[in-house]
Ligand binder design. Structure first.
Ligand code: HEC
Ligand code: HEC
Length: 311
């Protein structure tokens, strides 16, 4: 065939049409077929307002909202589906994980934890590099909290309800005074944990490591002297526990371990099972026991586990 101008023109148009079909038309058709996933629901007005604040403040530059099949290692519960985001424009999948993935953040913490955390992330998480958002003001932070609590849609709604149910009970217990409160907190623990002493020997190095963990993870709430008066305290209700009230209440190393590992649903007390290795949990528990409760059962039966630092 001769390359006349007409043939070149027609050929170019054909190539362009093919490219546009493959790159634009087919993907557009395909994504329009996406059906809402089983957890999808539409957002409330407050959640939508919070989403705009999330976009305006660049949260997406540090947080992804997409758990992928290769993310099981970060403790994924559910792989994000295209159908989760059918109503969102733009979709905020994100590409950076400077902070944790938020696709299932709803119900991880109660609202008061988020308020304290947004005002200043160092209050709840002393090592955090997330910027403080106190300048947004109370109303906007409430909307932002509503949005963050909606991440995970119906799956999150269940967790949020659970937090709210337990929050009411935790507040009721707190308002009955320290003795009843501590009794209530311990009532939920499985019996074997309540009797379990800390299996590690108390040592200066162990206490120093526990001190470090306390400063890095606990001090913003429980305070430098363990009286519950850390900078997060004004935002949290029930407030962080004052450890000094635990003396002579039969608090075993096992109770401390269980609470630090699992957190206390409905209160701001987070779980640390994803952040701290087992030995660090025992050590920070013993630090709290020795320095704030003034009573430790570490290695009382002389049969303690030799720490991993032994040669
Ligand atoms: C500079 C990066 C950065 C930016 C910007 C940022 N974050 Fe974070 N975010 C982090 C880091 C790091 C953490 C983990 C430490 C912590 O808890 O603060 C975190 C933690 C969080 C958590 C707690 C997750 C959990 O359950 O432990 C939430 C919720 C959150 N960010 C929401 C937001 C929102 C909403 C915005 C925007 C208003 C935002 N972040 C902006 C880095 C960032
Ligand atoms: C965001 C705030 C916050 C952080 C951070 C936090 N706590 Fe708590 N903690 C609380 C609250 C709130 C309670 C429960 C108060 C209540 O219900 O009266 C609590 C309760 C506890 C209890 C329960 C005591 C018992 O007798 O059952 C232990 C133990 C504890 N915290 C240890 C820690 C340790 C150790 C860390 C750090 C690794 C830590 N907490 C970090 C807020 C926090």
């Amino acid at each position: 065939m001769r390359m006349t101008p007409a043939v070149i023109f027609a050929g170019s148009v054909l190539i362009l049409a093919a490219v546009v079909t493959i790159v634009v038309v087919l993907p557009f058709y395909h994504t329009n077929q996406t059906k809402p996933s089983e957890i999808f629901r539409s957002r409330t007005a407050a959640e939508k307002a919070g989403r705009r604040i999330y976009i305006n403040n660049g949260c997406v530059y540090c947080h992804s909202q997409s758990i992928r099949t290769l993310d099981w290692g970060i403790g994924a519960e559910r792989i994000a589906q295209a159908g989760d985001y059918v109503a969102d424009r733009p979709i905020l999948l994100g590409s950076q994980r400077t902070g944790p993935d938020l696709s299932q953040e709803g119900g991880e913490h109660p609202d008061d934890w988020h308020m304290a955390h947004f005002v200043n992330p160092r209050y709840t998480s002393p090592l955090s590099i997330m910027p403080a958002f106190e300048f947004l003001g109370k109303k906007k932070l409430e909307n932002l909290t509503a949005y963050v609590q909606s991440l995970g849609f119906r799956a999150a709604d269940k967790r949020v309800k659970r937090q709210e149910k337990w929050k009411q009970r935790a507040i009721a217990a707190y308002e009955q005074g320290p003795v009843k409160n501590v009794q209530w907190i311990h009532d939920h623990l499985p019996a074997p944990w309540r009797k379990l002493p800390n299996p590690y020997p108390t040592s200066d190095a162990g206490l120093a490591r526990g001190h470090k963990v306390y400063q890095d993870f606990c001090m913003g709430c429980h305070g430098p002297i363990g009286d519950g008066m850390g900078p997060a305290q004004p935002y949290l209700y029930p407030p962080p526990l004052n450890f000094t009230i635990l003396k002579d209440r039969g608090v075993s190393g096992g109770i401390l371990y269980y609470q630090i590992m699992n957190g206390i649903t409905g209160t701001a007390m987070p779980y640390f099972k994803k952040h701290l290795e087992s030995e660090k949990i025992w050590e920070v528990g013993n630090y709290v026991a020795e320095y704030f409760i003034n009573q430790s059962d570490a290695d009382t039966d002389d049969g303690g586990i030799d720490a991993a630092y032994e040669p």
